[in-house]
Each structure stands twice: as C-alpha cells, then as structure tokens.
Design a binder for this molecule. Sequence first.
Ligand SMILES: Cc1cc2nc3c(=O)[nH]c(=O)nc-3n(C[C@H](O)[C@H](O)[C@H](O)COP(=O)(O)OP(=O)(O)OC[C@H]3O[C@@H](n4cnc5c(N)ncnc54)[C@H](O)[C@@H]3O)c2cc1C
Length: 502
Amino acid sequence: MVDVSALNNFISVIEQKFPAIKIQSDHLTCHDWSTATFPTTGKTLAILSPSCVEEVRAIVQLAVDYNLPFYPISGGKNWGYGSRAPKHELSIAINLENINCIQNYDKVTGTISVEAGVTYAQLQQFLYEQPDRWRFNGPGSSPFASVLANTLERGLNQGVQMEHWRSIVNIEVVLPCGELVRVGASGGDRGLASGPNIGGLFSQNDMGIVTSMTVCLDPLPNYWQHLHFSWLDQEYQFANMVDRLQMLHRKGLFATSLAIHNLEKIISVTDQYPYIDSHGTLPLPASVKQQYQTELGGDWFGEVAIAAPTAHILDMLREEVNKELDNLPLICHWGEKNAQGPYFHDFTQGSHQSMYWRKLDISSSDNEIQKIVSISPERDGCGVIWLAVTMPWNGLSRPITGSDTNEPLYEFIVRTCYEAGFEPFVSMQYPNHRYGYMVISIIYDRDQSGQDQAAVALYYQLKESLEKQDYVAYRSSLLDDKLSRTDKDLLLKYVNAYAENQ
Ligand SMILES: Cc1cc2nc3c(=O)[nH]c(=O)nc-3n(C[C@H](O)[C@H](O)[C@H](O)COP(=O)(O)OP(=O)(O)OC[C@H]3O[C@@H](n4cnc5c(N)ncnc54)[C@H](O)[C@@H]3O)c2cc1C
C-alpha cells in the first residue's frame, strides 16, 4: 500500500532537486494513464517525464527510498496488452518519451543506438534521409510506438527481421538500485565477449529500465517484389496449404517472414462492423461473412516477398515461386517491382483503425484517427485484447488433444469466439520454416454493457485451452503475470546460490 505522505514528500524532493523533470498528477491525466483497452486494476499516481538518463536514475533511487512502486513507459502505444496502465495497484509512471536521441549510426555495419523514446517514425525518417539503404520495419499498430520498448517486448515486425529482439547488440539499463549498466557486445562491429548473455534478463519484465539499445538494421535489397495471395477453405485445406508454404520457406525462396490472416482479420482492418447488414446483431452473422468472402474471394489471405541483387535474378526467383504455386488453387497477385509494401517500405503504416471495428459512432474519433499521433483508443472506449501464442507451423490445423471430437485447433478457436459473441481475428506470422506466432485479437466496444467481462472471459478460456495444447503465450499483457512467481523464485534461488558460492 502506498503511503500518501511518502508520495507527497517524493514529489517535493523531485521538484526541489530536479526542477527540469515534468510532473503530472492531476486526476484527468492519471485517469488517462490508468486506462487500457480492457479492464485493469492498477492506478497511476503521477507521471514523471525525465529528459536525461541521470534524471531517470534519480527518480528510481528516490522511488526506492520512499517505497513507491514505479514502471517505465517509452512510447505508450501498448494497445491490446495494457496501454500505459500499471501492473501494481498504485504506481508512479516514468515516461521516457523525451529521452529520444538516435546515436552511433554505423553505416558500414548497419547498427544504430536508440534511446527509449525514439519512435519508429523518427528512426525511419532518419534512415530514409541517409543514402546507405538501411531500414528498420515497425509493428502494425502505430509508427509512433517506441523502437526500444517494442523490441524489448519481443514485438513482431513485418520484414526481413520479424523478431527485432534477435538483433539487439547491447542495452543500457538503470537497475532498481539506480546504477546504470551496459550489457551485450561492446559495439556494433564485434560479437559478444565470453560469458553468459544476460541482456535477455531485461526483456519482458520489470528488472530494470532500459534507457538505450543498439540494434542491427536491415539492408534494403536492390530488387524486391511483394506477393499477395488468397484461397478458399473449400478449395484447399489450411493444413495442406501451410505444408506447401513451409517447404518454400525452407528452400529459401522467400526473403521475408510470411503472414497469413483469416477473413475476419482482413475485414477488421479494411472495414467497420456492418451494423446495417447485420441488423444490429452481434457477432457477425454467417450470411454477412459469406458476402465478404464472395467480395474478397478468400477465407485466407497471405503476404510474403522475394528479393535479389539483380532484376534478372529476381525474375528467375519469381518464376521459381510461380512454378511451386502453379498447381495450387490460389489467387496470386504480384506487386510492382520495388513497390512499397508490407515488408519493404520506407515508412510503416499503422492498422490502428481496426481498434474501432465495433464502435457504433466513430464520428467523434474520425479526425483523431487521421491524427494518428494523438489517437486515444482508451479514451474512445475501444476494447482490444491480444492473445499471442507461439506454435509449430501446422499448429492451427492439428486436432486439439484431450477432446473426443478431433476438432482442429482453428475450428475450436472460431467456434469458441463466435459462441462468446466475438469475431475470431486470427493472424499467423512465420519468421522461418520452424515455427509461427498466432495472434488472436478480441475487438469490441467497451461502451456496450457486459462486453468487458465477456471479452476477458473469452481471453482466459482461449489462453487456458491453448496452454493445454502446449501452445504458450510468447508475450503477456496486464491480464497475466509477466514473470510468474515460480520463475522469479527460481531466478532468485540461482542468484543467491551463486552469490553464496563466490
Ligand atoms: C491494431 C494493432 C496492431 C498491432 N500490431 C502489432 C504488431 O504488428 N507487432 C507488435 O509487436 N505489436 C503490435 N501491436 C501491439 C502494440 O501496439 C505494439 O507492440 C507497440 O509497439 C507497443 O507500444 P510501445 O512500443 O509504445 O511500448 P510502450 O507502451 O512504451 O511499452 C510497452 C511495455 O514495455 C515495457 N517498457 C517500456 N519501456 C521500457 C523500458 N524503457 N525499459 C523496460 N521496459 C519498458 C513496459 O512493460 C511497457 O508496458 C498492435 C496493437 C494494435 C492495437
């Protein structure tokens, strides 16, 4: 429990000693920060915005002295996982958006350091202005998300490197005691020194505040081409199709990760809930879904890209892919050579409008959607919950174990979502030929009564069922414990045992 006088004393010490740190503790701002796109219990007591690492260290040291829980936010776009809300009941937010320098750009090796507040838009603009053809693709949410936070949270990005966290070179972190340490390789042009790589300790948990990170950039190839394709369930089963696509990935024909989305996912990004055609009923009636299927010509929609050093090699590669796909009932569309697309582009476009899928009246937020910098799905009552799970390539089509029906996992997910009153928005993202990430989004209108409870219940039901199949979440939200108590205890046990033996 937070002592109010401790909080007041903490704030006055900060005001006296560090007048440059911006402090906000008014009700409206704290309420905004405490609100996510689903129900949460934590409350933000104050938001402190430092502008340099020394100020972060001072805040951390003082917060520990005054026994005040704190948490970092870098871009504040953690929509669907908890937004800017705290995990603990009452906490101080450390807003790092003003610590946003880009440093140590190495145009030869393609590495760069970003401070916590650097956004994808900022980094992409920087790289675009350089003649060296390095790129760093962003997530599907917003170009104003933090590169550092998204990478630490093991975000998924469409591009050559779908998992940016694998390309972290080093990180600089403020420990809970206020000390600043650097872990990882000492520069972008050399590998790790001997010993364990403890950089991973600071990913997806609250063991420190990462203030800066050096990452590897992706080279923009000389030539590339995007491939979009779709197919109907009745013409070719998902299981057979992913088997074929996996082989192409394994043969090295694709230069990027591969994404496959279901019909519902596509319409959530391109459309608004069809309240008129559905006569106001929820979830999406089968007849209306059928109309979409006819209009868009598929149940499944995929995207991938090829790349080559010369136009001639690119043409040969495309022919090779075409040959492989020739006898499959796919509708394929190749983009223009070197056209911007999901995988090769200069600037990431966010798909944030999908959060408004079920909003009855978005006229008030319409302009906001255009102004993507200031968009606030939390204030607009958008309900969004992500469930992100890692699984084998064909995990979606395997029958679920422990049931008599032999129902394939995907059908189970679809049935469970519709029965609970929600559309199943499902995407599969495959970084390589070994495994994939399934991301299910539950999207609803928080202003409609009972929807919050129903959505959260569905989230736990799906999560539990998937865990029973050994398909575990790869990223957690405020609805989960980031690091389970058991893991924390285990870690402490290791550290204590190690310390005792020194
Ligand atoms: C429509 C939609 C599409 C989306 N698409 C994608 C997608 O394609 N890929 C994807 O990855 N995500 C996606 N998301 C989820 C989310 O929006 C992004 O992951 C986003 O990048 C997270 O916000 P942020 O980077 O601003 O992080 P922040 O909000 O700043 O932080 C996220 C979390 O990271 C931790 N953190 C932040 N800063 C630090 C720090 N300095 N040190 C230690 N820990 C820290 C905190 O726990 C914080 O809660 C999507 C969401 C929506 C609604």
